[in-house]
Design a protein around this ligand. Sequence first.
Ligand SMILES: Cc1cc2nc3c(=O)[nH]c(=O)nc-3n(C[C@H](O)[C@H](O)[C@H](O)COP(=O)(O)OP(=O)(O)OC[C@H]3O[C@@H](n4cnc5c(N)ncnc54)[C@H](O)[C@@H]3O)c2cc1C
Length: 451
Amino acid sequence: MAAYITPPIDTTFLIVGAGTIGLSTALHLTDRGYKNITVIDREVVPSPYSAGNDLNKIVRADYEDHFYAGLALEAIRAWSSPFWSPCYQQTGYAITTSADAPQKARAHINDVISSISSHPDYPKGSIVLTPDSASICKFVPQLGPIPGWSGYFNKHAGYARAALALKKVYSELVRRGVTFKFGERGEADEILPSADSTSPRIHTKSGLIYTSDVVIIALGAHTTKLLPSAAAQLTAKAWAVGHVQVTPNEAAELQGMPVVNCRDLGFLFEPDFDTGLIKLCANGGGYTNYINAGSRSGGEMMKISIPLSAQESHSGIPLDDERLLRRLLAETLPQFKDRPLVKQFICWCSDTRDSEYIIDYVPGWNNLILAGGDSGHAFKMFPIFGKWVVDVLEKGQQTIDRWKWKNTDTSEHAGDISWRTGSVKDIQQVERALSGKDGTLQSSMTAKAKF
Ligand SMILES: Cc1cc2nc3c(=O)[nH]c(=O)nc-3n(C[C@H](O)[C@H](O)[C@H](O)COP(=O)(O)OP(=O)(O)OC[C@H]3O[C@@H](n4cnc5c(N)ncnc54)[C@H](O)[C@@H]3O)c2cc1C
């Protein structure tokens, strides 16, 4: 239950987590005039524990659901503004299936097409159906044979230079006077009640305890480690990422290539301008990592899925995904099919059963807000996500039903999310590729000089 409605301007805020949602929230708090904001994180921005610390993320408004499509259209307008546009490339987006895609993947594409076509705000003429490989290659001439592929092309989409955007917002927040604490002084390990039952205090690994009027938890996949009561709604899930290094001449040939997302294989981007790395990400049901986390009140053992450490997450990807990425490469850019997949890692997000975000006060605490449940589709909302968090704060409640805290137990994911193919697997039960051993931590990847 919230204690405030439209908090005074000198309210003190503590944001736990300086990833995508935490930074966006800090930005929107400052936009509305709040001045006393502290953000803590276990690592400096961009953290190797942040799902947003990546070369690039797809920015698209292709949703089956008009609600999210409308929000993503708003986000695309923001990405195109002077502040954000250096981190946004509107390359267009080819959404496809391969020759032997499951019916579910094709059905999803058809549902998205009919949703976009009937959305009142979707810019007219954005999409063109591409029923065969020749028509796809008209829009993405850089692609190889892509035998049996079909789908559609959307010119009103592209990608964000994700780590760059995180760093830009961080610098802007420092300029605006937001306080940041990193390392053990920023690593939250417990939420403590306050003596006077006002706002909770946050205990960190260093022993330092933070007090503030309002605490916002924005820990992404790591949320349930600090806030186990959210485990019924949130499941940490991971997907595999790999890169191919190309030369400057090869990069020049691929420059401007639209994002290609083959629903049953994975997606890839044009080479990164600074490093010459082509990022590929596997599609699928995702990987969980369940641990026992004590017992519920009835004595039943509770299991929660939490991310592996950054080191473990950068120590190879599942072999099945390596095969998937190799096939994606062979069908799209066959000239690179035998090139090593470098800088492999698995990237964690916080999944809800229905892919809805959760932005709400946490029951049982005063002035504690959870901003999470990103479900693998929140980076595109980076410019606007924080606005929704501040709205909850200023209204004193969440008025959007779908983003409310849910008390029903949704932890047992059936993996039947319409936009995902494949089943959910346990990361401990799959064999991982040793080739990932070359992978340095993601933070060092983004620091690499011009290739
Ligand atoms: C493989 C993959 C591909 C994706 N592709 C896309 C895409 O193409 N388009 C798109 O829109 N979205 C995409 N997403 C989703 C997007 O990355 C996430 O929705 C978004 O980054 C989630 O933001 P967040 O702030 O909730 O979490 P994060 O960005 O992960 O931030 C969490 C922060 O918490 C910090 N932290 C962790 N533990 C602690 C602690 N104990 N104390 C203090 N700080 C801590 C971390 O260091 C991190 O900075 C993808 C996700 C994955 C996994």
